[in-house]
Design a protein around this ligand. Structure first.
Ligand code: GRF
Length: 205
């Protein structure tokens, strides 16, 4: 797979650990970021995984950026894409090339608290401001809109009375690190079937 990341890269790390521990049958062939300073790129370099920064200044439109990205993916034999804290919208050409083979992880229960601008602590602030009693994690297939494609897996996280956005983010992140690898393994086993907006997991236990 190829991993796209814009930030710290803890989900990338969780994916690589799951591979090392035999819980995920996959290879990370390349990590690409639109941010030169992304922690995800540093982590990839430390682990000897090709790490590539694509400059949004050099490729200013989503089309030219993703055209370059497609070349990178093809050069590295990527047939599946995981977004791990990637903040750019994926172009229609990329979606068409990897139809139902691009996934994202979001730190809330979609369709609540998602969409453009809903990332980082803002998500958890919004959950607390609304007064929700549960939040969670969503792994979904990526389509042309932010945080919108069919849901693959979701897991709940309880909101506690004394939560701050930071404490909630931390508990949600721990669950992210578990379920992203689980979801990716379902794809690796060929057990994910997408029918319209519904995703069925074959032989679900
Ligand atoms: C995670 O909360 C993920 O759900 C969201 O962006 C954050 C990325 O964190 N899409 P990290 O870079 O993987 O640590």
């Amino acid at each position: 797979m190829g991993v796209l990341a814009s930030g710290r890269g803890s989900n990338l790390r969780a994916i690589v650990e799951a591979i090392d521990q035999g819980r995920l049958n996959a290879q990370v062939r390349v990590v690409v970021s639109n941010k030169a300073q992304a922690g995800a790129l540093d982590f990839a370099r430390q682990r000897g995984v090709p790490a590539i920064f694509l400059s949004p200044e050099e490729y200013p439109s989503p089309e030219t950026f993703d055209q370059k990205l497609l070349q990178v993916f093809e050069a590295h034999g990527v047939d599946f894409v995981a977004l791990a804290g990637y903040l750019k919208l994926i172009s229609p050409a990329m979606i068409a090339r990897y139809r139902n083979r691009i996934v994202n992880i979001h730190p809330a229960l979609l369709p609540s608290f998602g969409g453009k601008g809903m990332y980082g602590l803002r998500v958890h602030e919004a959950v607390l401001d609304y007064g929700c009693k549960v939040t969670g994690v969503t792994v979904h297939i990526v389509d042309e809109q932010y945080d919108h494609g069919p849901v693959v897996l979701q897991r709940c996280v309880e909101v506690r009375d004394d939560d701050t956005p930071e404490t909630l983010a931390e508990r949600v992140l721990r669950i992210e690190h578990q379920i992203y690898a689980e979801a990716l393994q379902l794809f690796a086993e060929g057990r994910v079937k997408v029918v319209g907006r519904r995703v069925f997991i074959e032989n679900r236990r």
